[in-house]
Ligand binder design. Structure first.
Ligand code: CP
Length: 345
């Protein structure tokens, strides 16, 4: 399968076979991390990373990934360029994208909800770069999706239900129960990671339950895709509105705070108002007591974790926590994405 030159903006736009190929390579790269099979794949090539928002995992795992493939990852941020915006004169995306494509083998972009005037505008920006640049555009988290996180998530879950690190069983995830629960907190968090998790869990044959207070539904298109994925796999998709019952029989529990659909007003992200709204729902926290209702579930989170609000320390650092495995997998899946889309394989 030839993935060379392909953008990775949301997992739903890749076929299941393409995702399987990516994950299979990621597992081989994890088992044999520094093999000479991988260390020249990006030799002499540069991957640009364009960050509108901060990061721990994404920046560092992409930099390590490029190094381990024999290439280099270069950090860029908007203030280091002179780009045209809605309020300032400057260079168009068309010109910037076409020039960057003359230098680099690929371009990753992170742009989250607080840097855009309305929901979806970050994803639109990535697609505009993809329109003009004839190199792969990799989504490093926009306001809708976080596909590298989604791949790292499912690889981690499949390792826990498989034979351990680097030995995932995606077959064993089929028919397992995935709970995505909204969580309390004052961070007014993005939809990107949780939406990607819904797409991936449903795509890989899990039953999906979303638990959230009234008013905290996610993107209707993502619900429709998740529903369609579940239906195609003969699985269930349901939404509940209490912080307890979704845990019953769950195998994978994912808790995370996120904002409402009313997070923008007058072209601005209303963080303070979103934090105030969330304060009306204390106690949506993953605790050991709630985990006891599950079928010995693993706990997963894309990090950074809001400990004490989204999940207790006891669960986040407990024996069934997959959080560091998933974080590690960012490196392996991104090496695989870069190798397949821009590498010399
Ligand atoms: N999960 C994730 O994308 O982490 P960072 O925001 O630290 O990159």
């Amino acid at each position: 399968m030839d993935l060379y030159g392909k953008d990775f903006i949301v997992s739903q736009e890749w076929t299941k076979s393409q995702l399987d190929e990516l994950l299979e390579l990621a597992a081989r790269m994890k088992r044999d991390r520094y093999s000479s099979r991988w260390t020249s794949i990006l030799e002499h090539r540069t991957f640009f990373m364009f960050f509108y928002n901060p990061s721990v995992r994404t920046r560092q795992s992409f930099e390590c990934a490029a190094t381990e493939l024999g290439g280099h990852a270069q950090f860029l941020e908007p203030k280091a360029m002179r780009l045209k915006t809605a309020t300032t004169a400057g260079e168009t995306i068309e010109d910037a994208a076409k020039v960057m494509a003359r230098y680099a083998c690929g371009l990753g972009i992170r742009i989250l909800e607080d840097k855009v005037p309305h929901y979806g505008a970050g994803n639109e920006l990535l697609r505009e770069y993809a329109q003009w640049a004839d190199i792969p555009i990799l989504n490093m988290a926009d306001d809708r999706f976080h596909p590298c996180q989604g791949m790292a998530d499912v690889m981690g879950w499949a390792e826990w239900y498989g034979e351990g690190p680097g030995r995932p069983s995606y077959e064993n995830l089929k028919g397992k129960n995935f709970l995505l629960t909204w969580a309390s907190g004052a961070l007014a968090r993005s939809w990107c990671s949780v939406q990607e998790a819904l797409l991936v869990a449903s795509r890989f044959g899990m039953n999906v339950t979303i638990s959230r207070p009234e008013g905290y539904d996610l993107d209707p298109e993502v619900y429709a895709w998740t529903h369609a994925n579940c239906e195609a796999n003969g699985r269930d998709f349901c939404v509940v509105d209490d912080p307890e019952t979704g845990y019953d029989g769950a195998h994978v529990v994912y808790s995370r705070n996120w904002v409402t659909a009313g997070a923008y007003q007058d072209g601005e992200f209303q963080k303070k108002a979103e934090v105030e709204k969330a304060m009306a729902y204390p106690g949506w926290t993953t605790t050991a007591g709630r985990m006891a209702r599950t079928d010995n579930a693993i706990f997963t989170h894309p990090m950074p974790i809001d400990r004490g609000s989204e999940v207790t320390d006891e669960v986040a650092s407990g024996p069934r926590s997959a959080v560091y495995d998933v974080a590690e997998n960012r490196l392996h899946v991104q090496k695989a994405v870069m190798a397949l889309t821009m590498g010399n394989l």
